[in-house]
Ligand binder design. Structure first.
Ligand code: SF4
Length: 352
């Protein structure tokens, strides 16, 4: 990013401005988002990350969308914190199938002191495989953030979820300010920030605008902005929420792209329910990152080969990290995957 591009990133967005973007005719909005996208990114590259749940279920928080909350009975099998060796094995497999970033998620309110040594080892080991590291472990104190950063953690994910006004409808066990405090601790420890939200929880357009204003006005803006579409899980209070209009979801991606031009906007949870056409529109609107694995924490994710088939049909390349010996291996693995997708028609799901 050159100086002019950096200088044109704004942190003074008003909700009315964001709403005006949402209200643009769809074609105009997509054209504007794609034009912004091309100034900051190669429009035919998408970053691939892989996500592993390192500790599943029994979370004390009450996020109404989450199957991992101990407040709801979703039939999810709980698991203890994974052994480091298991995490290394999964990270190696992710790297060999083309991921450049490995994200590790634990269903905690915040990490306990006694878990920290194991978590820090995971970071060091995964990093030594040549992968970028990301974790999501709940709220962090300044001291915890500093420890993670020192171990080499590149990114920390902590979503704002929705607007400050709608937040209380979704979570009561921690406040919106708690979330902002964690993000501030992550930033001051020198890590990159991954923060986004969820669409389809009954919020209105003004809440979607409010969420994006909060994210865009963080200074610096988050490097990664996951935009999730609610996955309705039986047993959670949001199991019967109305479906999101796919065009409203694409609009949210486009507005995020315009307001946060240099951030990776990630098409995240809910991708399983999006057909190829919707995903292609999301890329056109400026999404340039996906999770690439069979499971997204606890919900199914489209099979990796379907992703590669879609990339090939759209002429999209996986984004590469700076060239190292490892990334040369990574490139070879990716090219192999794309080749397999080209020749193996059975992985293409015409309904997908
Ligand atoms: S804190 Fe995370 S794991 Fe826990 S209930 Fe909320 S979203 Fe789920």
């Amino acid at each position: 990013m050159n100086n002019a591009e950096a200088a044109s990133i704004r942190h003074d967005w008003q909700r009315e401005e964001a709403l005006a973007l949402f209200d643009m005719p769809f074609n105009d909005l997509l054209f504007r988002a794609q034009s912004v996208h091309r100034r900051y990114f190669d429009p035919n590259e998408v970053q691939l990350s892989t996500l592993l749940s390192i500790k599943t279920g029994a979370c004390p928080e009450d996020c109404k969308y989450c199957p991992q909350s101990g407040h709801y009975n979703t039939g999810l099998e709980k698991e203890k914190l994974l052994e480091v060796d298991k995490v290394i094995e999964e990270a190696r497999a992710a790297r060999d199938s083309g991921a450049s970033r490995f994200c590790m998620g634990a269903a905690w309110r915040s990490p306990r002191d006694r878990d920290m040594p194991q978590v820090l080892r995971m970071i060091r080991e995964v990093k030594s495989l040549g992968l970028e590291t990301c974790m999501t472990l709940g709220m962090l104190t300044e001291n915890q953030a500093a420890q993670l950063s020192k171990a080499g953690l590149d990114y920390y994910n902590h979503n704002l979820d929705t607007s400050p006004e709608y937040y209380g409808e979704i979570i009561t066990t921690r406040t919106f300010q708690d979330r902002l405090d964690t993000l501030a601790n992550v930033r001051s420890a020198g890590m990159k920030v991954c923060a986004g939200g969820i669409i389809g929880m009954g919020e209105g357009e003004k809440d979607r605008a409010g969420l994006l204003v909060q994210l865009a006005n963080l200074s610096p803006q988050p490097e990664s902005v996951p935009i999730n579409m609610l996955v309705k899980i039986q047993g959670t209070p949001l199991e019967n929420e109305k479906d999101v209009d796919p065009f409203d979801f694409i609009r949210t991606i486009a507005v995020a792209r315009i307001m946060m031009p240099a951030s990776h906007v990630r098409l995240s949870a809910g991708r399983e329910e999006m057909n190829d056409q919707m995903q292609a529109l999301a890329f056109l609107a400026g999404a340039n990152s996906i999770f690439y694995c069979e499971k997204l924490l606890t919900t199914p994710n489209p099979q990796a080969n379907n992703d590669m088939t879609l990339f090939q049909r759209l002429g999209i390349r996986p984004e590469q990290r700076a060239v190292t010996e490892d990334s040369e291996d990574q490139e070879a693995a990716l090219l192999r995957k794309v080749g397999e997708a080209q020749t193996d028609g059975q992985f293409y799901n015409a309904a997908g």
